[in-house]
Ligand binder design. Sequence first.
Ligand code: ADP
Length: 433
Amino acid sequence: MMFSMPNHWQEELLLFLGTVLIASLAGTLAGQLLPCLLLGLLAYLGWHLYQLSQLPHLLGKTGQGGPRPVGLWKGIVRKVQDLQTSHHTDNRDISWQLDRFRDTVSTLPDAVIILDPSGGVDWSNPAAGNLLDVAWPDSQGRLLTALVPDPVLGEFLASGVFALPLVITSPANRAKILSVFITPLAHEANRLMLVARDITRQYYLDTARRDFVANVSHELRTPLTVISGLAEQLNMQTSDPATLSRSTELILQQAKRMSELVSDLLTLSRLEVQQKSPPDEHVPIAKLLATIVEEARTLSGAAQHVLHLELRSPDDIRGNAKELRTAFSNLVNNAIRHTPNQAEVTVRWQVDQAGAHFSVTDTGEGIAPRHIPRLTERLYRVDASHSRDTGGTGLGLAIVKHVLERHEAELEIISTVGRGSTFTCHFPSARVI
Ligand code: ADP
C-alpha cells in the first residue's frame, strides 16, 4: 500500500528542508556552517511562533486579519474552521427547533406553564395569560399559588398526586371552567408542566345532559306511578263498573302521555343526529297550513277556538315538508292549549324582501319576559302542571328550534302577559320559491 502524505505535511517538509538548505549554503559560503544552520532553525522556529500568535485572528469571526497559513498551520486552521462551521450549524438548528417549539406552544389554545422545583413560574405561553392571568415574562420566578390564589389549585399542587385533572373556574374570567392537568417533565422530574384547558362548553353540555336525563326520568315516573297505582286497585277486583271505567280511562290517558313524550324525544334526537344537509323539497304552504288549521280545530273540539288562516302570499318555500309540518303544528297546537276557550288564534303566512314569515298569534295567557329566552330549552315550562294538564310534553318548542335551525330560519317570540303571544318563524329569502 502506497503511503500518501497530506499536502500540508509536504509543504511543511519543503519549508523545513528549504530553510536548512539555504542556511547550509549561506554557512558554506561564509565559512560559518554551524552558526548559519542555527540561525536558519531559529528563523524557522520564529516563523512558527509568529503563525501561532496569528491563530486567534485566523479563527476569529471573519477568518481574516492574519497572514495566509502555510504548512502544518494550514491543516490546523482548516480543521478548526470546519469544526466552527459545524458548531454554528448545530447551534442554528437548535435555535430554530426551539423557536418552532415556542411558536407551536404559543399558538396553543391551552395554557401551558412550566414550574420550577419551588413552584415558581419558569415559562408560560400567551394562553396562560388569557385563562389563568399568568403573563410571562412578568410572572417569571413568582409562585403560581400567589398568581392564581385558588385554594383548590394550591391543595392540588401541594398534594403531589396528579393522576386526575382538576376542574376550577378561571381566575381571569369567572364564567370559564378550566380543566387543569399537571405532569412532571420527562427529563427534569422536579419541574412540572401545567396545562389548563377551557372546558366551559363541555361542562355546561354535561350539566344539561345530566339535568335532561333527570327531568325525563321524572316525566316518565309520574305517569308510571299513576298507572301502577290504578292497576293495583283494579287487581283488587273492584266490581263497580263506574270505578273500573274511570280507572281504565286514566290508565289510557297516562299511557298516551308517556307515548307522546317518547315520540317527541325520538323526534328531537332524530333532528339532533341528522347532519346539517338542508332539506330541499318544494313545500306547498297553502295546502300544508290548511291541513294544520283543520287539525287544530279538531284538537280544540268543545273549546271552540276561533281559528283564522291568513295567506298573504302565494309563495312557497324549499325545505323538508314533514319537519316543517311538525314545527308549524307544534306552534298552532301550543296556541290552542295556552288560550282560553273560544279565544282567537291567527295563523299567518307572508313573504317580503327579508324572506318568508310564518306566525301564530293567540289571545291567551301570554308569557313573562324572563321565561322567553328559555322556552326552547328541552322540558322547560312556565307552569309545569298546567302544561301537563293541557297535554304538553315540554319538548315542542325545542323541536321547533331544531327544525328551524336546519332551515337557516329563526324563531321570534313576542308576548304580553294577559294579552297573548306571537310566535314567528323567519325563513331566509333564499328559501322562497
Ligand atoms: P309544552 O309541550 O309544555 O307546551 P313547549 O316546548 O311547546 O312545551 O312550550 C314550552 C312552554 O312555553 C310551555 O310549557 C308554556 O309554558 C310556554 N308556551 C308555549 N307556547 C305558548 C303560548 N302560545 N302561550 C303561552 N305560553 C306558551
